[in-house]
Design a binder for this molecule. Structure first.
Ligand code: SF4
Ligand code: SF4
Length: 197
């Protein structure tokens, strides 16, 4: 793959931890360590090389960044100590900022909408409410179908204490502080955006 650093420079400057991509030596350990690797359109190694080859559209439209579960396997094993998880999430975020992320990509819909709205509402993740919202994103019929398909898994999780069946629980203690923290983060973010513009 021929080098074209125009997009790489953009990533180094604007994408969280993107400057670390320079350090990648293409050994492939991250690709081999990622539990979801076989399901990714592009492994982290490939994404990083595509960044350096100037393939902006392919990178930012890739579904791969949205597949990362933050298990940190890759970070632990990378011989160059790249913060791969953070780079990958940074690329996903940059794709959103650039309006190039596929809005139908399932984990994009989950992470940027359902999960966020769920946690912001009370300060805690309500697993049952979160699951219901996710299932019904595509309408009543799709939600019921999905609920029936997954009912045995859900029951098993409730029985083993992995899923709290109460869909709506109260706000966390210190909710006002949590909200203040979010507002502060939003203010910092818009300051960064202004500085970049
Ligand atoms: S393990 Fe690290 S150095 Fe090797 S390809 Fe992945 S990011 Fe690059
Ligand atoms: S942190 Fe993400 S990219 Fe790294 S191994 Fe886990 S799922 Fe794969």
């Amino acid at each position: 793959m021929a080098y074209d650093l125009s997009f790489a420079r953009e990533v180094y400057k604007n994408s969280e931890m993107g400057h670390w991509i320079k350090m990648c030596m293409q050994c492939g350990v991250c690709a081999g360590s990622c539990p979801l690797g076989p399901h990714w359109e592009h492994s982290p190694r490939q994404l990083f090389q595509m960044v350096r080859a100037g393939k902006k559209e392919e990178v930012l439209k890739s579904s791969s960044m949205w597949m990362c579960t933050s298990c940190y396997n890759c970070i632990v094993r990378c011989p160059r100590h790249l913060p791969i998880t953070h780079i990958v999430h940074g690329l996903a975020r940059y794709a959103m900022e650039q309006g190039m992320a596929n809005p139908q990509q399932p984990t994009h819909r989950f992470a940027s909408k359902v999960f966020w709205e769920n946690i912001v509402a009370t300060g805690r993740v309500g697993e049952a409410g979160l699951t219901m919202k996710l299932y019904f994103l595509d309408g009543l019929g799709a939600g019921i179908r999905m609920g029936l398909e997954m009912k045995d898994v859900a029951l098993g999780m409730v029985k083993t204490g992995r899923l709290n069946p109460i869909p709506f629980r109260g706000k966390i203690k210190g909710y006002a502080g949590f909200q203040a923290m979010l507002q502060k983060a939003a203010a910092i973010e818009s300051k960064h955006k202004e500085a970049k513009a």
